[in-house]
Design a protein around this ligand. Sequence first.
Ligand SMILES: *[C@@H]1O[C@H](CO)[C@@H](O)[C@H](O)[C@H]1NC(C)=O
Ligand SMILES: *[C@@H]1O[C@H](CO)[C@@H](O)[C@H](O)[C@H]1NC(C)=O
Ligand SMILES: *[C@@H]1O[C@H](CO)[C@@H](O)[C@H](O)[C@H]1NC(C)=O
Ligand SMILES: *[C@@H]1O[C@H](CO)[C@@H](O)[C@H](O)[C@H]1NC(C)=O
Ligand SMILES: *[C@@H]1O[C@H](CO)[C@@H](O)[C@H](O)[C@H]1NC(C)=O
Ligand SMILES: *[C@@H]1O[C@H](CO)[C@@H](O)[C@H](O)[C@H]1NC(C)=O
Ligand SMILES: *[C@@H]1O[C@H](CO)[C@@H](O)[C@H](O)[C@H]1NC(C)=O
Length: 660
Amino acid sequence: MRISALSVLSSLSFLSVTRASVTVYGQIPYADSSATSTGAGATYTGAAAYDPTVLTPPALPNPMPNLQPTVQLSSSSSNIGGLSLSIPQIGAFYGFSIEVSVVTQVLGLNSSFLLPVFLNLMANIKERAGAVHVRVGGNTQEYATVVPSLSDGKAMEKDKNSINNPTETPTLYLTPEIFYMLGNISSLVNVNWYLGIPFNDTSNFRLQIAEISEAVLGDHLLGLQVGNEPDLYVSHGHRSAGYDQANYVGEFGQLVAALAGDANIPVKNKLISPSVSGTWSPESVFDAGLVTNYGSSIGALSVEHYPTDNCYPEYQVGTYHDPQQEFPSYLTHTAGQYLVQPYLNSTNYAQSVGKPFLMFETNTASCGGFPGVSDSFGSALWALDYGLQMAYANFSGAMIHVGGQNVYYNPFTPPPTNQSSYHQWTIGPVYYSVLVMAEALGPSGQSQVTDLNLNQNQFTPGYAIYESGKLAKLALFNYMDDLQTGNGAYTVTISIDGQALGLQNGVPPQVKVKRLASSSVSNHANITWAGQTLGGVFESDGRLMGDLQVDTVSCDQGANTCQIKVPAPGFALVFLGDDTYNEVNTAAPQTFATTKWTKTVNTATIDPGVLATSNGRGKTDEMGSTSRGESGTGTRVYVGAGSVALAAMLLGAMVVGRAL
Ligand SMILES: *[C@@H]1O[C@H](CO)[C@@H](O)[C@H](O)[C@H]1NC(C)=O
Ligand SMILES: *[C@@H]1O[C@H](CO)[C@@H](O)[C@H](O)[C@H]1NC(C)=O
Ligand SMILES: *[C@@H]1O[C@H](CO)[C@@H](O)[C@H](O)[C@H]1NC(C)=O
Ligand SMILES: *[C@@H]1O[C@H](CO)[C@@H](O)[C@H](O)[C@H]1NC(C)=O
Ligand SMILES: *[C@@H]1O[C@H](CO)[C@@H](O)[C@H](O)[C@H]1NC(C)=O
Ligand SMILES: *[C@@H]1O[C@H](CO)[C@@H](O)[C@H](O)[C@H]1NC(C)=O
Ligand SMILES: *[C@@H]1O[C@H](CO)[C@@H](O)[C@H](O)[C@H]1NC(C)=O
């Protein structure tokens, strides 16, 4: 659910807010004059995405967990004792959910004007996982209409005169350019998309989004969502009182019939449903006959969920939650376990009917998240643990939601439009979670996750990841914050039973370790992944900065032990073999040159002519110019060996600025 303005307050009292997200359909200015502060409820008045509120980290637990735990691992997935192993998972497990109405702020203006920072952010994930999954959808998908073109030449426009209350969802006009833009992004950085079929009027379906996206995106279209949070339709005024699960399933059937009669929609079995947010349980929709009646049309089953409701500060509905008091509840392994538990029966059911089960939209808290929580290093640890927990519990993917300038939880935020000439993007902590998750699961599609119950303690969880049946990686967390005392770091001693690594003793001679680090769970920036960072507010062009720092830890093969230190706070990803390390650590990453200037003349854009021939990894080395009037010599580009030279291409009159 997305709410955009205070003007709807009076009609919101009946709104079910517990799982709401929020997207602003316009731009909110960033207040440069902000006060910095420590503690919640400070005087900052600018946009949430740049709120400097820093919370106090929780005290160390009392009693402390064992700081010298040991763990005995099996080298083969066929022999893991009492532990339970997930279904095989893909590296693109964690993706992003982007509200349709903000795509021209985040992805690009049209098919020939892509935002290079977004491309870099996607390329980082693709490099590790092989692909990126992005859902473009939300409430605005229900009122979207495809038009051939718009009089102002834009690719998309909101009709603010047509507001579908009370969520103030505007009618959205999309031109085919939007779909070509998605297609061009796919060809560059292998993004695969989930889109939605408008579902506001089930007696008069508008199927153009399905028609065009199938034609333009082909296999890059992962699925089409049928209904966004139908369990909130009544409270949002989109259906009459009494609308229930059986009504929704009936409407789903009407859509299946409409698709059957549309020859322009060749693929009819990739529908995503029911995307309920908790007012209805997914089982209540399954039990109304969704899968038994329409299973052959369904590509994946889905839910949407936010752990905590933070709608009170903005809408004065629901319960007020104090961010400082909420903070500790995110800094524990039980947070993710608690979120996943209500869906275990559904993931089990999904397996029994042969369907993937997706968390289609999620983030730290509804209505934009909490200041100081959703934008803290703690949220990066939380989201990574939650993601691994979902993978362990047999979800098949999860999308982290991206809102506008007025949310705290964005994985990435472009600068406000009128500041894009002098500011870069702001990368949120949860982006690192997606990045590390991609690396933890890798590109093979054969990773299986097990929760080790490490140290029998909620502050020091750990997972083992098996790849094609062999122990490949360990994911080790430390939620404790020891900035003040210097205590809390732990050293785990691992032992591995023999055989599968082909060694006499179980442990390899050495392992590689990459760490997700920051000096405190409260930090907003100063987060590093293996020594590299995406910077602070307005600092990122989407490329990791700094030198890669990977620890090589020698093991004691005689004793069959390796000792891995996990700082407090922090996370360590342990690579037990060079093959698993190499497959997610490219020597020459694909990147796209960017510039600080996004005015027409100075904007880095991508030449459609290059796109037409690239498919993301063409062979040409030819370059265009990166400066107006240049003809290609002396151009700096940021492309890896083997990837096509796409960066900052000159595009006729509409050109490209300076490469950095
Ligand atoms: C950006 O736009 C907002 C709202 O339109 C305005 O209040 C603000 O002053 C502008 N900022 C700059 C730097 O132009
Ligand atoms: C894409 O947007 C740019 C910048 O607004 C514009 O100059 C160009 O004509 C647009 N291209 C298309 C194909 O609409
Ligand atoms: C559905 O949305 C379309 C596009 O916004 C609008 O024209 C139509 O009137 C809506 N129908 C209903 C029943 O809400
Ligand atoms: C990229 O966009 C251009 C301009 O609209 C279009 O001609 C081209 O076919 C697109 N390429 C892909 C792969 O979609
Ligand atoms: C599990 O899900 C199935 C399928 O929806 C449902 O019929 C069953 O009642 C659920 N079991 C429990 C214990 O909730
Ligand atoms: C995940 O699925 C596997 C394979 O069906 C099963 O063995 C395992 O128990 C499931 N895990 C959970 C947490 O339900
Ligand atoms: C973050 O890093 C910068 C540059 O190294 C440093 O000046 C700043 O004090 C750090 N801030 C925190 C909160 O650690």
